[in-house]
Design a protein around this ligand. Structure first.
Ligand SMILES: [Zn+2]
Length: 336
């Protein structure tokens, strides 16, 4: 996705939305009150297995870079579908052709695992499974057109969600859950290319948001995971998440802090990231937050290996996968 953006116009819009959301009948996420959240804390949560999540990350990386229109992408898509079929009640595979910023037609696949389709209250969980075709932020210019492993940028979020899928299969939650593995998030405009990059990212999420797997699909709220595997990751409150779903951000960060993960889930606001959740909010109106590693000490604002050939399995820390997995599974299982 694009580097963090702090747009004064967006801040103004955020203020207006915030003012509106403070009065009158707010969106549905307001029903998740603190009181209800407190009474639900006694509900037991199945144990998130960090080694299992790590294996799900490693398996994806073993296919090689999952760049659309490549054999590795095709094979990984088959494996993800089969893995989801082991756990979910229903699996949808949405195949489509979308146009990249450079005119290339990409054959993409969004994979959707549905748990307890009969439940009315639903949580949407998402991550992107493709990896970037270019290491365009690599320190060595010779690598700027080489694809990346995307162990953190892509595979980490999917690994956490597959482990959550395994838990939901073993022990169903009170709420229905939909796991959406999105394609072609990271085929956005090359750093060196000219012209606007507006809407060149998150092509799979844009497609799904305009053409959901069920025409009447809805969820109470959504959580996107992106770059959730680096050691000592810091998750700041991302701009669009705060703009569209501030109460969901608050509930998730509170849950993380209750679990003792306050040094990962930081009480600070980050920039505005054009990522899958932006389109799910904007097009489908499902209040969706992004748990994403934001680090203001790097030159681009993300984890140090972002969009370089060093985004490999060597930098994936099971401890971080565990922190995110335990937080998200607590949110899921402790819904009132
Ligand atoms: Zn990326």
């Amino acid at each position: 996705m694009r580097i963090p953006l702090v747009n004064p116009l967006v801040i103004l819009l955020f203020l207006i939305i915030w003012l509106f959301s403070c009065g009158g009948s707010g969106p549905r996420q307001h029903s998740l009150s603190d009181k209800a959240a407190q009474t639900s804390q006694s509900v037991s949560v199945p144990e998130f297995n960090a080694d299992s999540a790590f294996q799900f990350v490693a398996r994806q990386v073993e296919f090689g870079p999952r760049v659309p229109n490549t054999e590795a992408h095709q094979q990984c898509g088959i494996w993800l579908t089969e893995t989801m079929q082991r756990f979910a009640d229903t699996v949808y595979v949405q195949q489509a052709r979308v146009r990249a910023y450079n005119g290339t037609i990409l054959n993409i696949r969004n994979i959707i695992g549905v748990f307890q389709p009969e439940r009315r209250n639903r949580i949407l969980l998402c991550a992107h499974w493709d990896s970037r075709p270019y290491a365009d932020w690599d320190p060595d210019p010779a690598n700027h057109y080489r694809p990346i492993d995307g162990a953190n940028d892509g595979a980490s979020g999917v690994g956490v969600l597959l482990e959550i899928a395994r838990l939901l299969h073993k022990e169903p939650a009170q709420w229905g859950v939909d796991i959406l593995l999105l394609d072609a998030e990271d085929y956005g405009k090359h750093h060196a290319a000219s012209g606007m990059d507006e809407d060149s990212w998150a092509l799979g999420a844009q497609y799904w948001s305009n053409n959901p797997h069920r025409i009447d699909y809805n969820a109470n709220f959504g959580i996107l995971l992106d770059m959730v595997g680096a050691s000592h990751a810091t998750f700041k409150k991302e701009g669009y998440s705060m703009m569209y779903a501030p109460n969901i951000v608050r509930n998730v960060w509170n849950k993380a802090q209750q679990l003792g993960f306050g040094n990962y889930f930081i009480n600070q606001e980050g920039g505005f990231i054009t990522d899958d959740h932006y389109y799910i909010n904007k097009i489908r109106n499902i209040p969706t937050i992004n748990i994403i590693h934001l680090d203001s000490s790097t030159r681009h604002g993300f984890f140090p290996q972002w969009h370089t050939i060093d985004d490999t399995i060597d930098y994936i820390d099971p401890q971080t996968l565990s922190v995110v997995g335990r937080t998200v599974s607590a949110v899921i299982y402790q819904q009132p």
